[in-house]
Write a protein that binds this ligand. Structure first.
Ligand code: SAM
Length: 285
């Protein structure tokens, strides 16, 4: 578990080493361990007992600043099974799904656990459905490593196929959050697992997946939207102030809808008459 209060580094914790070119290395400190790079090595004992922000030198003179990883650092550097959702989309998903302490979430697929640990950080109580046992184990290990064993009380991962259904004894849920190839196949099951007013969010890399998901969200759903989050860094150095030459131009689309409840269906709004339709026109979150 990451110490959020800045005590000295101890054996068993993960630290982030930043080199002079701002390359980042996630390292687990062990008794007698060494961090090796092209520039020699740093014995872990040189880091243990130091405060955050300390600078350590390798045997060939390279300098590394040592910090505790943030959730963003951890998600980008942690061991992966499946491809993770990137930080630029993780926080918007939590806002769109309105994740808060005690909110009951059905998540599928769980993959490497990046989205799980973000929602757990926001206080969610998660049941995860994941097809692959090795990925499920990786996700649980990542959650334990970053958030500590207590977070596992709010995180139960089942090996299962969410296209086949959601076990009624796992629910009811306040949210269904999906990152798998065919989220529209989970929508009918979400309609039995979600409470009225519940929210479904689906992350999809392609717009055709988003469109198919939106098609499934017709009927018993309202306030349906699809957005894409663009993130552009800026180079700021004295008078040299300009957008970065490179950006991550695309990751995925976020589609969201609110469940009306069994037996209810949306009355189609007159064009741009409802706040949801207006928001959709304006493209807001
Ligand atoms: C892209 S990964 C999810 C990554 C995860 N959101 C993260 O941030 O680490 C997609 C996952 O969905 C799982 N999956 C695919 N189809 C599934 C299904 N029908 N039921 C459950 N899991 C499924 C895959 O095994 C894979 O682990």
């Amino acid at each position: 578990m990451i110490d959020q209060h800045g005590g000295p580094f101890g054996v068993g914790e993960r630290v982030l080493l930043l080199d002079q070119k701002r390359r980042r290395y996630l390292v687990e400190l062990t008794d007698g361990g060494e961090f090796h790079s092209h520039a020699g090595f740093v014995p872990h004992r040189d880091i243990v007992g130091q405060a955050e922000g300390s600078v350590v030198s390798s045997t060939k003179g390279a300098e590394y600043t040592v910090l505790r990883p943030t959730l963003e650092d951890f998600v980008l550097e942690m061991p992966r099974g499946a491809q993770v959702i990137y930080p630029k989309d993780l926080a918007p998903i939590c806002i769109l799904a309105d994740i808060a302490p005690g909110v009951r979430v059905l998540e599928s697929g769980v993959g490497s656990g990046a989205l799980s640990m973000t929602m757990l950080r926001y206080g969610a109580d998660i049941v995860g459905y994941e097809l692959r046992e090795d990925f499920a184990n990786r996700a649980v290990a990542n959650v334990r490593s970053f958030l500590g064993p207590a977070a596992l009380d709010r995180y139960r991962v089942k090996i299962g196929d969410s296209y086949e259904g959601i076990d009624p004894t796992d629910g009811p849920f306040d949210r269904v959050v999906l990152d798998l190839p065919e989220p529209w196949r989970v929508v009918p099951h979400a309609e039995t697992a979600l409470r009225p007013g519940g929210i479904l969010v689906a992350y999809t890399p392609s717009i055709t997946q988003a469109a198919q998901t939106r098609e499934a969200l017709k009927g018993r759903w309202t306030d349906t939207r699809t957005i894409e989050v663009l993130h552009r860094g800026w180079h700021i150095d004295g008078q040299a102030v300009r957008p970065d030459h490179r950006m991550v131009a695309h990751t995925g689309f976020l589609s969201v809808g609110r469940f009306l409840g069994q037996g209810r269906s949306r009355r189609e709004p007159a064009a741009a008459a409802s706040p949801a339709a207006e928001r959709e026109d304006q493209g807001s979150m």
